[in-house]
Ligand binder design. Structure first.
Ligand SMILES: Cc1cc2nc3c(=O)[nH]c(=O)nc-3n(C[C@H](O)[C@H](O)[C@H](O)COP(=O)(O)OP(=O)(O)OC[C@H]3O[C@@H](n4cnc5c(N)ncnc54)[C@H](O)[C@@H]3O)c2cc1C
Length: 513
């Protein structure tokens, strides 16, 4: 049992202070002489949260030299139980991680997450992994970090990125201890208060926190029946509140904060007592806290995801209230979108605009998540107007098409990137279908492209060092052939070799030899 108190700084109230939109500063602290130094790393990632760890692993699949710099000495110990939604579970399967992750979580039905409206998921969701996995965030972070280090990523803990300078050849990154490291690219996966984003001068407009919520684990001094009766009564008011047994004599507490003066200050047990008394008229005799934390409900989106050789991903690029449980999922999915593109850039085969498709594809996805959390927040309000809209939406969700649309949104399986005109499947991810070797996603573990050919007469030709080929007339596909990108999205559909070659060039650059 943990004996140390940890307090997470308000993760979602962000630097409500400095979001001025600025030009990229040409020089951020390091001296010009560093520009002559040969990069030691291809990519330095600031932050070893879920986004940074996943990105490191994705880059290592392509032998990219990666260093992850994490400011905390120890992994986080506060326990958010997060949900891995369908697309993230699919990504775990695509990288051979699903079997590793599943034993640590609890499978739950995929439905009921949109504004907590209690509707079962529609039948026949288009996925072989159509459930939610509840899993403690520290566990998923540990598993992803282990995966990254097993693949050869270096992780250096206990040092923060404090400055950088970029030039035509690379980036000089300055650490808190004064060390300067040379890299070809820097990615800020350093969370909501991202130092990298701020130093880059990238604007982070949106709405500041309106509410603050306390979250922690502690012991209680009253019988469970008394707690259950109070909790049931308060839950009818739709306020964000729970007090639940967590095992080992400990209760998990979530309660609206009262009278927050300084959001950067960690909460105390006294703050929890005060907040509990305000909502329940009693503090339930709470004592012996294991950890205490707080979060806000700010909504913000970075104005751009890339400035030269510096990129942003995960909470560093977007924040929103945790309603619907999408933030971690979004960050991990950013990482899978970015990883192969950045690797291609470093391996020197990336077509000119490939790296920019990261922002073009992922920023609209984040925009949509921000919007759906805004909508969900309204639907969770206890006011009569929003409650009426909630009842109406609840009725509408009895129509399969509405329910399916909302679930596909929250679980991210409804995403369709804009790859131009074409059949509906173009730009979407392909589900984990049966192929003659077993499962499709088992063929994607190495993070390469895949040509899945039912005609048996096409070829990946000069791209075979980047794209695998599978001839399988029995594949469960209703089109002749698909070209999959390393992130599992459909980049081409057809049966014509010349057209295929043009699309191989578009996504995978010039053929070898
Ligand atoms: C109560 C709550 C419940 C949630 N539930 C869910 C859920 O069910 N599902 C879901 O998908 N999401 C959920 N989220 C959101 C999720 O926790 C975040 O979206 C996720 O942690 C973002 O991951 P990240 O790696 O981008 O950033 P972070 O997890 O914030 O990681 C950033 C890392 O960077 C490090 N760092 C910071 N500055 C520096 C620096 N200068 N140099 C080096 N390192 C640095 C930090 O120490 C940290 O380890 C929830 C959030 C909250 C608050």
């Amino acid at each position: 049992m943990r004996s140390q108190f940890t307090a997470e700084p308000s993760s979602n109230d962000m630097a409500d202070r400095d979001f001025t939109v600025g030009e990229v500063p040409a020089v951020v602290r390091a001296p010009a002489t560093d520009a002559d130094r040969e990069p030691v790393f291809d990519v330095i990632i600031a932050g070893c949260g879920p986004t940074g760890a996943m990105l490191a692993a994705e880059l290592r699949l392509h032998d990219v030299r990666v260093l992850v710099v994490e400011k905390e000495t120890e992994p986080k110990s506060f326990v958010r139980i997060v949900g891995l939604h369908i697309r993230s579970l699919e990504l775990m399967a695509m990288r051979g991680l699903l079997e590793r992750v599943l034993p640590h979580g609890r499978r739950r039905p995929a439905g009921g997450f949109f504004a907590a409206i209690d509707k079962p998921a529609p039948k026949g969701l288009d996925s072989a992994h159509a459930y939610l996995l509840g899993i403690p965030q520290p566990v998923i972070e540990r598993l992803l970090e282990e995966h990254a280090t097993e693949l050869g990523a270096q992780v250096r803990r206990g040092c923060a990125v404090t400055g950088f300078e970029q030039d035509d050849e690379g980036v000089t990154v300055e650490l808190a201890d004064g060390e300067r490291l040379r890299t070809r690219y820097l990615v800020g996966c350093d969370g909501a208060r991202s130092t990298v984003r701020k130093l880059l001068g990238v604007g982070f407009p949106g709405e500041p926190s309106r509410t603050e919520t306390l979250m922690g684990e502690m012991e209680v001094g009253v019988p469970q029946e008394e707690i259950t009766a109070k909790v049931t009564e308060i839950n009818e008011t739709h306020k964000p509140f729970w007090l639940r047994p967590f095992g080992g004599g400990v209760h998990s507490v979530v309660v609206p904060a009262v009278g927050v003066v300084d959001r950067a200050e960690p909460p105390t047990l006294e703050d929890f007592k005060h907040a509990l008394r305000a909502i329940a008229g009693t503090d339930f005799g709470v004592h012996s806290a294991r950890w205490l934390s707080r979060f806000g409900d700010a909504t913000r989106l970075a104005e751009r995801y890339r400035a030269g050789r510096v990129l942003l991903a995960g909470d560093a690029a977007h924040i929103h209230p945790p309603i619907g449980g999408q933030g971690l999922n979004l960050g991990v999915q950013d990482a899978v979108n970015l990883g192969w593109k950045l690797a291609a850039q470093i391996r020197d085969w990336a077509p000119g605009t490939l790296l920019d498709t990261y922002q073009a594809e992922r920023r609209p996805v984040a925009e949509d998540v921000l919007d759906n959390t805004r909508a969900q927040r309204e639907l969770l309000s206890a006011e009569p107007g929003p409650q009426a809209v909630r009842r109406l939406l609840s009725e509408l969700m009895d129509f399969d098409v509405v329910n399916r649309h909302l679930i596909e949104k929250i679980t991210a399986i409804g995403i369709r990137y804009d790859f131009g005109d074409g059949p509906d499947l173009l730009g979407r991810r392909l589900r984990d279908i049966d192929v003659k070797q077993g499962r499709l996603y088992d063929l994607l573990h190495r993070g390469r492209g895949l040509l899945l050919d039912r005609t048996e007469r096409l070829t990946a030709g000069g791209w075979s060092d980047r794209v695998d080929y599978l001839a399988d007339p029995t594949a469960a596909l209703d089109v002749p052939c698909v070209l999959l990108r390393p992130d599992g999205h459909v980049a081409w559909i057809g049966d014509d070799q010349q057209d295929l070659d043009a699309h191989l060039s578009r996504w995978f650059g010039t053929p070898a030899g």
